[in-house]
Every structure is written in structure tokens, then in C-alpha cells.
Design a protein around this ligand. Structure first.
Ligand SMILES: [Zn+2]
Length: 199
């Protein structure tokens, strides 16, 4: 998928179909230089088509129908909030269900895909790809930047999966600086001395 929102932040896409949740959550963040693709029907339709095409390319399954109506665009934005919430706190913003077909395919393959189109299809795929990613232990590497107010979703490829920021220079340093200023201010008000190297 060329020119995804995720890659425009300098971030790698999560492996396999897991990228769908990441890419949806990464649209329309303060970090974005491009307008939010979920702001209108035309842009949202193009975004969903691109996401389904990439999913099809990655999984070898046929791309679902990406057609949307004007009423679907707010639903897509609601799904984005739900997915962000789920990735950040583990809590879904509201109950949601999805439907899939799964069947035994040729060459001992398994074919799967949504039974619906548009926003419902996207939810189905995000859910099943999360299930597959949990089994392959890649889901825990999909993380939300620890800088509140950033919200970028990154795939942590570090050996011990210890990354906290989407970019340590952009978000890690800013947060550490704020914290150390706050500590210094607190120490000054209580008359404590600053310990060199205390972080
Ligand atoms: Zn960040």
C-alpha cells in the first residue's frame, strides 16, 4: 500500500492483515500533514479501497467490497474511535460484532473474509486479524505512542518489545523534558536538591 498514513509518519506497517487496525487508528491524528481521509465520502471511499486492496495483497484473499454511502462515513469515524480505544486501553468504546466466512480451501489453505461490505467488512477484518495476530504473538507489538496527545500507532520491532514512543526524538524527548521540568519545579518548591542524573 503506497502512501499510507502510517508510513507518512515514518512508521512501519504491522505485519499481515494487522496493519488494518493500525492504519485506521493512524488517520486524522495531530501528527498528520495530510487532511483526514475520513472527512468526506470520496476520500473515505478511496482510503477504504486502498486498505482492502492492500489486505488482499497481503493475505491472498479477494478484496471485499469497499463501497460506502454518505451515512457510512460517520460510522467509519466511530469505528476509528473504537479501535483507538481498544488499542490504547483494551476497552472497546461500545459493543461491536462482526461476521465472517471461513472455509477450507485448496492446497490445505483456509479462505476467509467478511460476509458484508464497507464499514462492517472493515470491522470483521480488524477483528479476525487481531485474533490471528494474538495467536502469532504480534498483537502485543502493536502499540499506541506513550505521548498522550500524539496517538500514533506503531509496530514495535525491537528485540524485547520495549518501545514506548512512535519516535523517541519527537515524543520521548518532549515527554521526558516536561517530566524533568516538573520534577525540578517540585524540588525547588520543597527546597530539595536536584540529583545529577536523576531521571
Ligand atoms: Zn508519538
Amino acid at each position: 500500500m503506497s502512501g499510507t498514513t502510517t508510513t507518512s509518519y515514518g512508521l512501519a506497517l504491522a505485519p499481515g492483515g494487522l496493519f488494518l487496525a493500525q492504519e485506521l487508528a493512524n488517520t486524522g491524528l495531530p501528527l498528520a500533514r495530510e487532511p483526514d481521509p475520513l472527512q468526506d465520502l470520496e476520500a473515505a471511499g478511496a482510503w477504504l479501497q486502498g486498505a482492502f486492496t492492500e489486505w488482499s495483497h497481503r493475505t491472498g484473499q479477494p478484496a471485499p467490497d469497499a463501497s460506502l454511502t454518505a451515512r457510512d462515513v460517520p460510522k467509519l469515524r466511530v469505528l476509528r474511535v473504537l479501535v483507538r480505544e481498544w488499542l490504547t486501553t483494551g476497552e472497546p468504546a461500545s459493543p461491536s460484532t462482526s461476521t465472517l466466512h471461513v472455509s477450507l480451501g485448496p492446497g490445505r489453505g483456509v479462505s476467509y473474509g467478511p460476509t458484508s461490505s464497507g464499514v462492517a467488512a472493515l470491522l470483521s477484518l480488524i477483528a479476525v486479524e487481531a485474533l490471528l495476530a494474538r495467536r502469532s504473538q504480534t498483537l502485543e507489538r502493536l502499540k499506541v505512542c506513550a505521548n498522550r496527545g500524539c496517538g500514533a500507532v506503531f509496530y514495535d520491532e525491537s528485540r524485547n518489545a520495549s518501545r514506548r514512543w512512535h519516535d523517541v526524538k519527537v515524543c520521548g524527548n518532549a515527554v521526558n523534558l516536561r517530566a524533568s521540568r516538573a520534577r525540578r519545579a517540585a524540588q525547588a518548591s520543597t527546597g530539595e536538591h536536584t540529583v545529577p542524573g536523576d531521571r
